[in-house]
Write a protein that binds this ligand. Sequence first.
Ligand code: AMP
Ligand code: MG
Length: 409
Amino acid sequence: MDAPKKGLLPVNEALEKIFQEITPIEESESVGVMAAFNRTLGEEIVSPINVPAYDNSAMDGYAMQGADLPESGTVTLNVIGSSFAGTPFDGTMQAGQSVRIMTGAKIPDGADTVIMQEKATREDDQVTFSSEDNHNAGENVRMAGEDMKTGETVLHPGKKLGAAELGMVASLGYGTIKVKKRIKVAFFSTGDELCSAGEPLGDSQIYDSNRYTVFSMLSDLGVELIDLGIIRDKRELIEQAFKDAAAQADVVITSGGVSVGEADFVKETLDKLGEVNFWRIAMKPGKPLAFGKLDDAWFFGLPGNPVSAMVTFLQFVRPALNHLAGKERATPFRIPLHCSNKLKKRPGRLEFQRGILEKGENGETVVRGAGAQGSHILRSMSIADCFIVLPEDNGGVEAGDWVEVEPFL
Ligand code: AMP
Ligand code: MG
């Protein structure tokens, strides 16, 4: 691969530097299972029971002994009782016998097979099965512990707790679980030109959109949020805002003011208050990025352009916050797809172009560029459903070329 343009830091190197610096938090707390949603597991979950707790039926039908199944012709068994979910059959079943059984009900002692009711002919206290239905001994039985076994470690610390995980710990009987401490993130936008949504727009002002995209992307991560609004490009205000933010939060995120030649006091203030690196990253959009420490808080300074702010957040801040929160590291999910149109690109920087997934001529999934790719075209992020990730050395894409696609998940 060609080296990136001189003086620019490759994306993966920047990410590695961030990962090297940040050590995951250790503190955890116990919370109720529902309160644990979207948080990070802080303990090992070892199953105290079998799930399912007992062998049970996967079908409504008849429990029987597989050895009674006929090789040819039919077999007729005596129905000696029934087993419902919550009300099992009380007793032991013998050869030549059968028990009416419902889904989830306990398999009676002596039985090892369930024949679904659609394949059974019931007449009074007798039921008949035919060899023509190709039954197998042992079918339609869910074994105890098939999902989770007593003593088995089923979840590890660092797992993000979503719907399936909450259901799992609940099915093991946990009332509370240990989760990692929630990270506090303070965020604000910088710029004299910015106006908050809902306020009248002055001359040569623009509405602040970054605080809303950053808010949304942070909300998805389940962190605690502190919205510090818009801070004007004034030395004292910036300094005060950085101090306030660092005092309250584990992480401070700003947007704007990190480009070269811009109001130098942002850099000056950050130098004075902490240790912040101003990187020029070999990526597009989103070349400038500031990363470092403000007192005890981690600091990320995102570029001001709306698409750049989102892309740098998704590529650097999101993995960094997940790492800080103690989550398992996830490599970005990228898939090769054919691109259905021509894409312009110059070699030198890794590009995150916005793409739209669609069906190709043969029903296969292909990707198409989402139109205008300017770093100010926020709508491109809305109409897109993926990034088309074009490597540094790529010099443009022709229709039909393979490209790497990173779906928005
Ligand atoms: P800056 O990095 O501050 O030079 O900003 C780069 C570009 O992004 C300028 O056109 C800014 O007006 C714009 N910009 C900066 N901050 C925001 C924001 N919070 N919302 C929308 N646009 C912004
Ligand atoms: Mg600015």
